[in-house]
Design a protein. Structure first.
Length: 143
C-alpha cells in the first residue's frame, strides 16, 4: 500500500526565478502537510481543507507562472498551459469526488500519490524549461 513520504526541495527543481521557486516550495510543503495528515490519521475534514488549499494555491500559482513563461518568451509556454489545464481538471475531479463521497483515507492516498508524482515531474521537466530562458537569454525589455 502507498505511504506518503515527505518530498524534499532540491535546487535541481529551481526554475531560475526566485518567486516561482518559493511558490513551488509552498506547494511541496502543502503536499507534505497532506501526507502528514493522512499518515497521522487527522480526519477527513482536515484533509479536505488541505486539498482545498492545494487546489486554490495551485490555480493561483499557475497563473503567475504562465505570465512568467510569456514574459521570457519561453518556447514551452503553451505546453505548460496545457499541462496546467490537465492538472486542474484532474484535481477538480478528485476533489469533487472526495467531497461528494464524504472522503476516505483511501481516496486521499490516491490523490496524494498522483498529485505528488505530477508536481515533481512537472516542475522538473516543463517548469525546468524556464531556466535557460531566464539565464541564457537577454532580459526582456519593457514594451
Ligand atoms: Fe508549470
Amino acid at each position: 500500500m502507498y505511504t506518503p513520504k515527505p518530498l524534499q526541495w532540491d535546487d535541481a527543481l529551481s526554475t531560475g526565478d526566485e518567486t516561482l521557486d518559493s511558490q513551488h516550495k509552498y506547494l511541496v510543503e502543502t503536499l507534505n502537510s497532506l501526507g502528514d495528515s493522512i499518515n497521522e490519521g487527522h480526519g477527513i475534514e482536515i484533509i479536505a481543507r488541505i486539498l482545498g488549499r492545494l487546489r486554490f494555491y495551485a490555480g493561483w500559482h499557475f497563473g503567475r507562472e504562465e505570465e512568467c513563461f510569456d514574459t521570457y518568451h519561453c518556447p514551452a509556454a503553451e505546453k505548460n498551459k496545457k499541462a496546467h489545464a490537465v492538472f486542474v481538471e484532474k484535481f477538480d475531479r478528485y476533489y469533487n469526488r472526495f467531497r461528494e463521497s464524504g472522503g476516505s483515507n483511501e481516496l486521499a492516498l490516491k490523490i496524494h500519490e498522483e498529485i505528488s508524482d505530477w508536481i515533481v515531474n512537472h516542475i522538473m521537466i516543463i517548469d525546468g524549461e524556464l531556466y535557460p530562458c531566464i539565464h541564457l537569454r537577454p532580459k526582456p525589455t519593457a514594451k
